[in-house]
Write a protein that binds this ligand. Structure first.
Ligand SMILES: NC(=O)c1ccc[n+]([C@@H]2O[C@H](COP(=O)([O-])OP(=O)(O)OC[C@H]3O[C@@H](n4cnc5c(N)ncnc54)[C@H](O)[C@@H]3O)[C@@H](O)[C@H]2O)c1
Length: 339
């Protein structure tokens, strides 16, 4: 297959590309990324001679159309996005530009070039949040969209764009809404690598007051396998949830970091929450299991501990990135300013 992977120099995109070329050595893979602060060529360093890298903006329809035509691309997998909830509080316009208008620009390029499949990567966060005291509450593919933050709303907007391109122009799309990913190469602004890299340096770990808030966790490579299965056998026009059912609170993530690295709990400092901090997400992923036979393979707690050890072993990868992080997490005021 001839694939264009956007956002390929980010966390999940680079894990996806590595997984793809290892399993499909005959594929022609074009990795496209704008290289924002979150994009990093080093994430693809071991793959450079097996892929073609293009630095471009997904919103630049003419340029992307040219890439699609030049490389005779069969399928697009779109990971490109602004992805950090905290940055979205400080610069919401950037998120709507990239995640809504950028997605539209990419869909338009795919439509013009006549690609055979457009797979869009989305999140559980488009549905809003669930209460903490109702274990039966869960999001299905039919749940209404009810995003509560600029990041979530921009991802929801992107999903609507992709569906509109399918319904109106016949673009052959599929969508995945996935749970919280962990794994190597995640920018050290997100909670697991943030806590891990701070703990490795014996720095305070800023834990939000609502540390019972919980997320469903999945390894990025299990997410990658789900997308490949959907590219092979998924039904055009359909959305598939990708999850594990394994939930861990912010406090439990913090405890895993401290116990894996043998660091004291005195490193933890409680800070005021980010406004709009969602309480809980949980996806019903029975559709992809039932229809395509997909199941996650990596046990969540083992995978998280391996990821923490990866950061301990790869200081040279993350240390230079810390200065590029646009938000310093030290708590928030109620009106959305860093405390
Ligand atoms: N991280 C998660 O837990 C999670 C969960 C579900 C869904 N997702 C979705 O998966 C995708 C990838 O997330 P991630 O965590 O790897 O994010 P990331 O921030 O690590 O990577 C995003 C990449 O997109 C690139 N990019 C940004 N704007 C671009 C543009 N205009 N044109 C081209 N490239 C651009 C960045 O340079 C970066 O390399 C996103 O769409 C995100 O919403 C993430």
């Amino acid at each position: 297959m001839r694939l264009l992977v956007t956002g390929a120099a980010g966390f999940i995109g680079s894990n996806y590309v590595r997984n793809r070329v290892e399993r499909n050595p005959d594929d022609h893979v074009v990795a496209l990324d704008l290289l924002t602060y979150a994009g990093n060529r080093a994430n693809l360093a071991d793959l450079e001679d097996r892929i073609t890298f293009v630095q471009a903006d997904i919103g630049d329809t003419d340029e992307v159309e040219m890439v699609l035509r030049d490389h005779k691309i069969d399928a697009v997998v779109n990971f490109a996005a602004e992805s950090h909830n905290s940055l979205a509080i400080l610069d919401p316009a950037l998120f709507f530009r990239t995640n809504v208008l950028g997605t539209q620009g990419l869909c338009e390029a795919a439509r013009r070039a006549g690609v055979g499949r457009f797979h869009h990567v989305s999140t559980c966060e488009v549905y809003g949040d669930l209460p903490l005291d109702d274990d039966a509450a869960i999001f299905t593919e039919e749940s209404p969209y009810a995003p509560r933050t600029p990041y979530n709303a921009s991802k929801a907007g992107g999903d609507h764009v992709v569906r509109a391109y399918h319904e109106t122009f016949g673009l052959p799309i599929t969508i995945t809404n996935c749970a919280n990913n962990f794994g190597p190469y995640q920018f050290p602004e997100k909670v697991l690598p943030l806590f891990t890299t701070l703990a490795l340096d014996d720095q305070p770990l800023p834990m939000y007051e609502s540390s019972d808030n919980r997320r469903e966790w999945i390894h990025a490579l299990d997410h990658a396998d789900a997308i490949d299965l959907i590219l092979d056998r998924g039904v055009v026009g359909e959305t598939y949830h990708v999850g594990t059912g394994v939930e861990l609170s912010v406090k439990q993530i913090c405890d895993l970091v401290l116990s894996t690295l043998d660091k004291p709990s005195s490193l933890v400092v409680t800070v005021p929450d980010r406004p709009g901090h969602d309480r809980r997400y949980l996806l019903d992923w029975s559709k992809i299991k039932r229809e395509l036979g997909w199941e996650p393979k990596i046990p969540v707690e083992d995978g998280i501990r391996d990821t923490i050890r990866w950061y301990a072993d790869n200081r040279a990868w993350w240390e230079p990135l810390r200065d590029r992080a646009p938000v310093v997490e030290s708590g928030w005021t109620a009106d959305g300013r860093p405390a």
